[in-house]
Unconditional design. Structure first.
Lengths: 184, 261
């Protein structure tokens, strides 16, 4: 997608490479502890926290968003604690399938945030997840999605943002969001 | 609750790096480069895609990982891959490439691979292909081996068995109607979709957007997949990649006001 957007992107796995980056995307797929463990093993937990402290833009995607929170019901390892929130499983509700999988619409609570540019109307994203983020303060919830009640589809704290959906699988809308992140 | 947007899924057939299209699982016609087809579907805002390697199982070979990797990096939409998958390791490798779901047909039959794969990777990434042929007496039967062998199984019983093993979705194909463009086998799709709770993706027979509308409005299937109408045009079956516009997709079902954008 970044190739299509003509934006230079590189997959990094060392603290050194991270310190040179202008922006950081933290993707995550799989179980929460597996992702946190992988970050710890690569020696990247501290580097990611240092990166976040420099106020450079950072985007967590899916479990990468959940990793920004204090922790998750799915695991026992601590999250990065960059946003005051916790990750919990969807409640069991009759007739509701878990995981929440498929295209869904979102509502931006801060429509003038740069990430939302050009995505206010008629936008939808592709979700696959069984756990969702609950913010301590609604000020950190950047967008909501309705599934078993409202949950945070996007969260924010200063230079740090996270999205629960997969922009890389949400064609036109995902391209726009990644472009917003990379150029804001 | 969940988005009510209808799921409309192009199903691309590939083998040996080519984009192909068969009729009744036979007579493949060469249509071009499958990666180019994916790029066009990106530009058409395609919501979801299924790619099936139609020869991997018959040739008893491994999935074409290089091609799958190209699909994963080029497709800006969720993608399911099927063809030649018969082990947990293959499922692991394909999912780790960045493919959302695997489609398993021949190797699903005894249920063991499906149970094991669902336990490890979650049901949401495991789709079972149920390939159905009509007998001379008009009875539906599940076939396997890319449509070469009858299992004698009755589709509803087989669907229930796969659901209980942990399949997350069923991809139900009517072999007899594949490429026929005469409409879906509505009786079959209604039967299966009313029997299982997991989502059913119907495939085989779509000749127009009206066929898709009829399927979605008169059965409980969750998604309409089609090959020919999205990769060919006109009675001479000229190669042309297409996908319905967003307002066409929205018009496929009766939509309660305000529930969809």
């Amino acid at each position: 997608m970044f190739r299509k957007l003509r934006i230079e992107a590189e997959v990094v796995s060392s603290p050194m490479a991270l310190s040179n980056a202008k922006r950081l995307i933290l993707p995550g797929i799989g179980a929460f502890d597996a992702c946190m463990h992988a970050l710890d093993v690569a020696g990247l937990r501290e580097s990611v926290l240092e990166f976040a402290a420099t106020k450079r833009p950072m985007l967590g995607i899916c479990v990468g968003m959940q990793m920004l929170t204090a922790g998750s019901e799915e695991g026992t390892l601590p999250g990065l604690g960059l946003i005051r929130a916790f990750t919990k499983r969807f409640p069991d509700v009759d007739g509701l399938r878990i995981p929440h999988m498929g295209w869904n619409t979102i509502r931006w609570s801060t429509p003038d945030h740069p990430l939302a540019s050009g995505l206010l109307n008629d936008c939808r994203f592709y979700f696959v997840h069984s756990f969702r983020v609950i913010c301590e303060s609604s000020a950190n919830s950047l967008a909501e999605c309705a599934y078993a009640g409202d949950f945070s589809a996007a969260i924010v704290s200063g230079n740090i943002v996270g999205v629960q959906f997969h922009p890389e699988k949400s064609h036109r809308f995902g391209l726009r969001l990644l472009s917003n992140f990379a150029t804001a | 609750m969940n988005s009510l947007r209808p799921r409309v899924i192009p199903c691309l057939q590939v083998a040996g790096g080519d984009l192909l299209k068969t009729r009744r699982f036979k007579d493949p016609v060469y249509l071009g480069d499958p990666i180019n087809a994916v790029k066009i579907l990106n530009d058409l805002d395609c919501d979801e895609l299924i790619v099936v390697d139609i020869r991997a199982t018959l040739e008893k070979r491994e999935p074409d990982y290089a091609l799958i990797e190209e699909f994963a990096s080029e497709a800006f939409m969720p993608l399911a891959y099927g063809g030649g998958i018969n082990s947990i390791e293959q499922v692991r490798r394909i999912l780790s490439i960045g493919i959302e779901k695997v489609v398993i047909s021949t190797a699903a039959a005894d249920g063991k691979l499906i149970s094991a794969a669902a336990a490890i990777f979650g049901s949401q990434s495991i789709v079972v292909s149920v390939d159905v042929r009509k007998t001379l007496l008009g009875r539906h039967e599940v076939w396997t081996g890319s449509g070469t062998r009858s299992t004698g199984n009755e589709p509803r019983a087989y669907a229930v068995q796969m659901e209980s093993c942990g399949a997350g979705e069923l991809f139900v194909q009517s072999i007899d109607l594949e490429g026929a463009r005469t409409g879906y086998d509505l009786a079959l799709m209604r039967e299966i979709s009313s029997t299982v709770k997991i989502p059913v993706i119907a495939c085989g027979g779509a000749g127009s957007i009206d066929d898709i509308r009829q399927l979605l409005r008169t059965s409980a299937v969750s998604a309409a997949a089609a090959g020919t109408i999205f990769v060919m045009h006109g009675k001479h079956r000229a190669p042309l990649i297409s996908y319905p516009r967003p307002n066409e997709i929205a018009s496929l079902i009766d939509i309660p006001e305000g529930s969809i954008q």
